[in-house]
Design a protein around this ligand. Structure first.
Ligand code: COA
Length: 170
């Protein structure tokens, strides 16, 4: 039974969030009005070298979404489709920045639809202010001393600054 049968529309927003950016927050601010509850699902992506631990990423998202009351943050590993089943989710949320995101996202949506047909992927257009933002570009700019204060929540900016200082001392 999907949670929609109980009138609780639960969606999952998966990603590595290393770290969360204003681009992700924008997607959450838009979708939290559509769904009753959203779980931000932080995954360890084996193909990416992470700067922040999973626990750090979860804490940064929790602190950055305090103004939204229907958001929960969890970690998951393995297949997204299996995780969605355990949560009784009815949707996957994904943000689209430019047309460059589309092909990858379409393939992901199709494989997930095949793996868990009762769940649809919902795409939300990013705000034009965030279309060039990615976690990698933010990390690179911040660790080289660039000002990213307009691109990430303040807690993330401070944590990036701490990482920059630690790396300078090594
Ligand atoms: N604003 C700003 N940046 C955004 C964004 C937005 N709205 N949406 C995405 N991004 C950025 C992210 O910060 C990330 O940047 P990075 O590459 O520099 O780290 C990049 O775009 C890609 O984001 P995303 O696709 O969310 O991250 P991901 O590739 O780490 O996550 C999963 C993809 C988690 C959804 C996918 O790997 C997954 O489902 N994994 C589980 C295994 C599985 O089931 N696979 C599929 C079936 S085989």
């Amino acid at each position: 039974m999907c949670s929609s049968d109980l009138q609780v529309r639960l969606a999952v927003y998966p990603g590595s969030f290393d770290p969360v950016t204003n681009g992700h927050i924008d997607i959450l601010e838009k979708t939290c009005k559509i769904f009753d509850k959203i779980i931000v699902a932080v995954v360890h992506n084996v193909s990416k070298q992470a700067l922040f631990t999973l626990d750090e990423r979860v804490t940064l998202i929790e602190e950055s979404t305090k103004h939204l009351d229907n958001i929960e943050v969890e970690c998951f590993s393995g297949l997204l489709a299996n995780y969605l089943r355990t949560k009784d989710a009815c949707a996957i949320i994904r943000g689209l920045r430019t047309v460059a995101d589309f092909e990858y996202e379409m393939h992901m949506a199709m494989i997930n639809k095949r793996l868990i047909p009762e769940v649809d992927t919902i795409f939300i257009m990013s705000d034009s202010r965030n279309i060039f933002v990615s976690s990698s570009i933010i990390k690179e700019a911040a660790l080289l001393g660039g000002d990213v204060s307009e691109l990430v929540p303040e807690v993330v900016r401070l944590k990036l600054e701490t990482k920059r200082r630690e790396m300078k001392q090594e």
